[in-house]
Design a protein around this ligand. Structure first.
Ligand SMILES: [Zn+2]
Ligand SMILES: [Zn+2]
Length: 118
């Protein structure tokens, strides 16, 4: 997400609240939402079925209950963090592909390990 602080715009990961330092690898979603690589790597292996319907923070799509989603388990409260930020499986896969293609990012993923949700 973006916020104004002391007249400047600060970009931060919605999920963990880490401020962007122009070095961190991050991917942008809709409405200025942002996902960092650290959160993406966690999300890949820690999705859970949603207890209720939810709206994904990155793509803003609504998803039914029991759809795979990820929530940051222990993010510290921070002005850069979205306190209610679920992430859908489609976005996780898309972000993983995005980071995978970026030669500046040390992240490779094996799509066969992470099947598309049916
Ligand atoms: Zn993050
Ligand atoms: Zn999504």
């Amino acid at each position: 997400m973006q916020r104004n602080e002391n007249g400047g715009i600060i970009i931060s990961c919605d999920f963990c609240g880490t401020d962007w330092d122009e070095e961190l690898s991050m991917i942008e979603g809709h409405k200025g939402s942002v996902l960092c690589l650290a959160c993406l790597t966690q999300a890949l292996d820690n999705t859970q079925p949603a207890e209720d319907t939810f709206q994904c923070t990155l793509c803003l799509s609504g998803h039914p209950a029991d759809t795979k989603r990820w929530l940051h388990p222990d993010a510290k409260p921070s002005p850069g963090r979205n306190p209610d930020a679920p992430l859908c499986w489609d976005c996780i896969r898309l972000a993983a592909k995005g980071f995978h293609k970026d030669s500046d990012v040390e992240f490779r993923w094996d799509s066969s390990k992470y099947p598309k949700q049916v």
